[in-house]
Design a protein around this ligand. Structure first.
Ligand SMILES: N[C@@H](CCC(=O)N[C@@H](CS)C(=O)NCC(=O)O)C(=O)O
Length: 234
């Protein structure tokens, strides 16, 4: 499938019956949520990257909001990263990433809904407000530190491996680490639990499959100069 981002001139790749296609872009934290589940569970998906600054008309017909990620299977589509990630977890083999216990599942959902790490995603849109957004991010990370402390485990989901809740949060940190390559002064206050969670997540094979942090940083740097290179590093 097309790792190179498809833009307005590109034709739609032919769909195959029964195959899950994920429309993404390589530097999108929301797309990363979906691909992390697919990578972790070895789900055979077609990844089709979209140039979101120059979207093909056929893509806009599938996704009126024009956003990625979008999942398509047999002519039907799903949008919203959390919905897509949950769908992928539920249709794949192997131990589910979402807790089987409904109460534990609800607790994770409640925590995910309460966590609002979006300030870190605002910096490359309004770089002049970088310090303000980062201060806000520091405040918003605090509940994660508290939750990691309360659960007292390697990952939020347990000691063995990350769960859905970890993977849904990680893309905000991947983005943060990329920004920190450009602005080393963007340092979260050091706490043993968060440092250890970040280090453990970085060791996960699914996380290692995401775009390299240095290339991500270069993408963001160019983005802030209004240069959009969705194929950087390919
Ligand atoms: N709430 C959506 C957000 C998705 C989103 O904002 N995607 C961005 C890329 S990271 C996008 O498609 N932007 C292009 C646009 O809005 O035109 C989700 O969780 O999937």
């Amino acid at each position: 499938m097309s790792l190179k981002a498809l833009g307005s001139g590109a034709s739609e790749p032919e769909a195959k019956t029964g195959v899950i296609r994920l429309y993404c872009h390589r530097f999108c934290p929301f797309s990363h949520r979906a691909v992390l589940v697919a990578f972790h569970k070895n789900i055979p998906v077609e990844i089709c990257n979209i140039n979101v600054k120059d979207k093909p008309d056929w893509y806009l017909k599938k996704s009126p909001s024009g956003k990625v990620p979008l999942l398509e299977k047999d002519g039907r589509v799903l949008s919203e990263s959390l919905v897509i990630a949950e769908y992928l977890d539920s249709v794949s083999d192997g131990a589910p990433l979402i807790p089987r216990d409904p109460f534990d599942k609800a607790l994770d959902q409640m925590f995910l809904e309460s966590l609002s790490l979006f300030p870190i995603l605002k910096i490359h849109f309004e770089n002049e407000r970088r310090a303000e957004f980062f201060e806000d991010f520091i405040v918003k990370v605090k509940p994660l530190v508290d939750e990691l402390t309360k659960r007292g485990r390697k990952f939020l989901a347990g000691d063995e491996q990350p769960g859905f809740v970890d993977y849904m949060i990680w893309p905000f940190f991947h983005h943060y680490l990329a920004l920190r390559e450009i602005y080393p002064e963007l340092q979260l206050p050091r706490t043993a639990v968060l440092d250890s969670w970040i280090a453990s997540m970085q060791q996960e094979p699914a996380v290692k499959e995401l775009v390299d942090v240095k290339i991500y940083a270069e993408f963001l740097k160019l983005y802030m100069e209004a240069k959009y290179d969705f194929d950087l590093g390919l």
